[in-house]
Design a protein. Structure first.
Length: 252
């Protein structure tokens, strides 16, 4: 009986977000950059630990982040950024930065994505994607409130398609949020901070959690490609999600 329950929980851990579309595994080619993040790379600052769980950002008073510079990505092209993500923390009010992308030709341009209220949200070049009509003064949008809440301690596959006018956020290969008609959304992916945002000389909104299997593309991905990319690396984190689900049950 226990083995049956474990098998059920493994399936539930990955496919627990409502009715799913049928997907097929396809080749995911033309990867621009790929980082497993089980070993140190780039400029690692503060308490970042590396293991089979990927890069773990430890929350303390010292900023902890990974800085990837000179990415050599093509300019003025669509992009996709994908990764396995886990965040921790009991206080949902505290924002946690997943990544902050900077354009070195214009310091005003940045693409920040973070956890807020246990939902994924973002700002692109000053456009708050969580707001009605991308306007801070108009409050949070229905898109934000209709997005389901993520569980602390669980790995999710995050995949983001970017074009200057449109951003699509996928969680576990399902469309989570979509934003269109973005004004002045053009940005070059020159630098990426993982686990924090650098604002002038200050590092803000640290991530407490893990990032694994970071992959970047000079193009957007279709839904079958996003699914295939997640399946490709699912074995890397499946045991951790299985353990997470089993903690919810008392077998004694």
């Amino acid at each position: 009986m226990r083995n049956v329950l474990i098998f059920f929980l493994i399936i539930l851990a990955f496919y627990s977000c409502g009715e799913k579309k049928m997907r097929k595994v396809v080749d995911v080619s033309n990867r621009a950059q790929e980082y497993e993040l089980i070993k140190p790379l780039g400029n690692v600052v503060g308490d970042v630990q590396f293991s089979e769980k990927g890069a773990e950002f430890i929350g303390n008073d010292v900023p902890a982040y990974i800085f990837l510079d000179s990415l050599s990505l093509e300019e003025s092209t669509p992009k996709n950024i994908s990764m396995w993500l886990k965040f921790e923390g009991e206080d949902a009010r505290i924002p946690q930065m997943i990544f902050s992308i900077k354009d070195t030709t214009d310091i005003r341009k940045r693409f920040n994505m973070w956890i807020a209220g246990r939902r994924v949200t973002a700002v692109l070049n000053g456009n708050p994607l969580w707001a009605n009509e991308y306007d801070y003064s108009k409050g949070r949008s229905k898109t934000y409130y209709d997005s389901y809440i993520l569980e602390p301690g669980k790995f999710y596959f995050l995949s983001v398609n970017y074009t200057p006018q449109k951003v699509q956020i996928y969680i576990n290969a399902e469309l989570y949020q979509q934003f269109e008609n973005i004004n002045d959304g053009k940005i070059n992916f020159h630098q990426i901070y993982l686990g924090t945002e650098r604002y002038e000389n200050e590092f803000r909104n640290p991530l407490i959690g893990n990032i694994r299997n970071l992959t970047l593309f000079n193009r957007t991905l279709n839904e079958n490609e996003i699914y295939s990319l997640s399946v490709e690396s699912y074995e890397d984190i499946s045991e951790f999600n299985k353990a997470f689900e089993l903690k919810k049950f008392n077998f004694n």
